[in-house]
Every structure is written in structure tokens, then in C-alpha cells.
Design a binder for this molecule. Structure first.
Ligand code: NAD
Length: 334
């Protein structure tokens, strides 16, 4: 079966890791008709829009997109197209499995955490204004609807995948109303799933516990900002951002993208580790029902790591994006 998928290579390291990922998908014998689009600064230069209308139409038609990272200027310039896409498409659940890869030695073993991050509100609403010069207000929006929806997602996922525990991460000791509402909603949902152990941990303590005993966590359920920070922390436990995949999931469509950003300092140099995006494609292929081929790709990546020869620089190796890709490819065609 030929799949139709929207493709957003992104910028920075995006195009090169996208190239790798497409090679791997092709080598696994999966037929995809890609509808390819620019976004962000590149799209603005060409079409005068950061998110072209045709791109939105494409995702609404294909229901599935594979996306590379997109740069967002810091402290000025245009608002994040990543956040805008998630909001416009109702991609309320950010799903990030963080797991040790066999053969990648880090200080931590037995890390197997799924980060479930609310993806549409919180401080990412981007509502900021200058009250008077020198005083800025940024609004944190938390709603019962979005908090309940993400909690349902996390508990449903845990039930389906036989995960044992959900840790809701919060700062409700300080943000009593907003994080308090989040917790209230999660508790109500937790009561419907008595077989799943439920705990609540304050975010600063949660981070400390993560670097002491990461194996203590199973599914972590967080608001948007905490989820973003904790995902990167989690990536650090298993070898870095070059390894961790992700998905933005909604009722009607899904945009698959890694945790990492556009890594401008290593862009265009054949340095970036394409593993995260290849494993992101594995998540996408599972979503498309290509379970057997998805498993073959994941196994091929694992074999390269187990062999321990071809490593990119982020993992202390000397090989490039393309060499790593070719090593994975070799395991798929043989
Ligand atoms: P980043 O994830 O791009 O990079 C952080 C560090 O990790 C850097 O040292 C980088 O070199 C390294 N790294 C990241 N991916 C790697 C890979 N595949 N292989 C090897 N090393 C890798 O985060 P940042 O520097 O904070 O952000 C850069 C830009 O990316 C910003 O404009 C930010 O807004 C954007 N961003 C986009 C997304 C997205 O598109 N979903 C996500 C996060 C950040």
C-alpha cells in the first residue's frame, strides 16, 4: 500500500536528517507519496507566510506529517511555527518515549520513560505584554478541558501498553490555581484507572529524582513547559537529543517530529545524528499500521549501535550523518 504523507524537512539540520530518514524508509520497502513543504523563515522568503496554506490543507488531507525541526528566533521575530502548527491542528498530546538504546552506554541503565506533554496551552499560549516599561506579563493558561484530555490520553496509553505508573509533575505548591486545576483534573481521571499506580511530584524534585533514579519513572504526565524541559533532561539520560523521537497527536491527525531542534551550529556539516528522526519515522510507520517494517527499521538502528563501530560525533564517534544512514541501510537490505 502506498501512503500519502506530508513532509516538512524544516531547516538547520532538518533537511539532512530528513534525507537520511527517507533513505531508510525507502530501503525498508515502504512506499510513500510525499507532499513536501517549507515552513518558517524559508517559507516566508518564498511565499510571504511562515506556514503556507497549502501545507495546512495537505496535513488535513493526509492526516499524517513527518517534520524536521524549524528554527524560532530567540527574544524577537516571528512566533514559533511549531507551536502554531500544534495548536492549529489540535495536536494536543506530545508523546516522547525515552529509552536506553542497546549498545549506547550512558551513566544510566534501565531508562524507559514515556513523557506525555500537554501541547496546546500553558505558557506556550504566547500571551505576553508590557504592563509598563520594565514590567512584562506572560499568561499561563490552564484549562480543565485540555488537562482532562491529556490525562485521558496518558492513562489510556498506560492501560493499552500495560505501563504500571503515571507520575503527574507540577508546581501546585506555588501555582495553586493553574497547576492546582491541572492536578484536580488528572486526579479525577486517575480514579477511573485504579489498576494504574498514580503519584504526584513537584517539578524541581522530579528533575532531581530523574538524574538520581530514572528507573523510578514510567509515564510522566506534564503541562507544556515542564514537559518540554523534562523531555530534554530525559534525552540527556540516554545519550542526548540525537536519539529521542517524538509525536504530536490529535484526534484527526498527527505530526511526527523528534525532540531536538534545528541545531544550527552543526547544520549542513554531515555531523547531525539522524537516529532521533529515523526513530520518529518508526513511530509514524506504527501509526500508519506498518508495524513489521517499523520494527525492522528499529532493529536495524539497534544493530548499528550494538556493533559499536559507526557512531556520530554526539556519541563520541567520528562518522557522519550519511555514513550512519548507510550503516542502517545496509542492515535493511541484507
Ligand atoms: P537543539 O535541540 O537544536 O540543540 C541542542 C543541542 O543538541 C545542541 O548542542 C545541538 O548541536 C545538539 N543536537 C540537537 N539535535 C542533534 C542531533 N540530531 N545530532 C547531534 N546533536 C544534536 O536546541 P536549541 O539549540 O535550543 O534550539 C535551536 C533552534 O531549534 C531554536 O531556534 C529552537 O527554537 C528550535 N527548536 C525547534 C524545535 C522543533 O522544530 N520542534 C524543537 C526545539 C527547538
Amino acid at each position: 500500500m502506498k501512503h500519502k504523507v506530508t513532509l516538512i524537512p524544516g531547516d538547520g539540520i532538518g533537511p539532512e536528517i530528513t534525507r537520511s530518514t527517507l533513505k531508510i524508509i525507502e530501503a525498508a520497502g515502504i512506499e510513500v507519496e510525499w507532499e513536501k513543504f517549507l515552513v518558517g523563515a524559508d517559507a516566508f522568503t518564498k511565499y510571504g507566510k511562515y506556514i503556507p496554506d497549502d501545507l495546512m490543507d495537505s496535513i488535513r488531507r493526509t492526516h499524517v506529517a513527518l517534520k524536521g525541526p524549524v528554527t524560532t528566533p530567540v527574544g524577537q521575530g516571528f512566533a514559533s511555527v511549531n507551536v502554531a502548527l500544534r495548536k492549529a491542528l489540535g495536536l494536543y498530546a506530545n508523546f516522547r518515549p525515552i529509552k536506553n538504546l542497546p549498545g549506547v552506554k550512558t551513566r544510566f541503565e534501565n531508562v524507559d520513560i514515556v513523557v506525555v506533554r500537554e501541547n496546546t496551552e500553558d505558557l506556550y499560549s504566547g500571551i505576553e505584554h508590557v504592563v509598563v516599561p520594565g514590567v512584562v506579563e506572560c499568561l499561563k493558561i490552564i484549562t480543565a478541558e485540555a488537562s482532562t484530555r491529556i490525562a485521558r490520553f496518558a492513562f489510556d496509553y498506560a492501560r493499552k501498553k500495560n505501563r504500571k505508573k503515571i507520575s503527574a509533575i507540577h508546581k501546585a505548591n506555588i501555582m495553586k490555581l493553574s497547576d492546582g486545576l491541572f492536578l484536580d483534573c488528572v486526579r479525577k481521571v486517575a480514579a477511573i484507572y485504579p489498576e494504574i499506580q498514580y503519584e504526584e511530584i513537584i517539578v524541581d524534585n522530579a528533575c532531581m529524582q530523574m538524574v538520581l533514579n530514572p528507573e523510578k519513572y514510567d509515564v510522566m504526565l506534564l503541562e507544556n513547559l515542564y514537559g518540554d524541559i523534562v523531555s530534554d533532561l530525559g534525552a540527556g539520560l540516554v545519550g542526548g537529543l540525537g536519539l529521542v523521537p517524538g509525536a504530536n497527536l490529535g484526534e484527526d491527525c498527527a505530526v511526527f517530529e523528534s525532540v531536538h531542534g534545528s541545531a544550527p551550529s552543526i547544520a549542513g556539516k554531515n555531523i547531525a545524528n539522524p537516529t532521533a528522526m529515523i526513530l520518529t519515522a518508526v513511530l509514524m510507520l506504527q501509526y500508519l499500521g506498518e508495524n513489521e517494517k517499523a520494527a525492522r527499521i528499529a532493529a536495524a538502528v539497534e544493530r548499528v549501535y550494538l556493533e559499536g563501530v559507526v557512531r556520530t560525533q554526539d556519541l563520541g564517534g567520528k562518522f557522519g550523518t550519511m555514513e550512519f544512514t548507510e550503516a542502517v541501510q545496509a542492515h535493511l537490505v541484507n
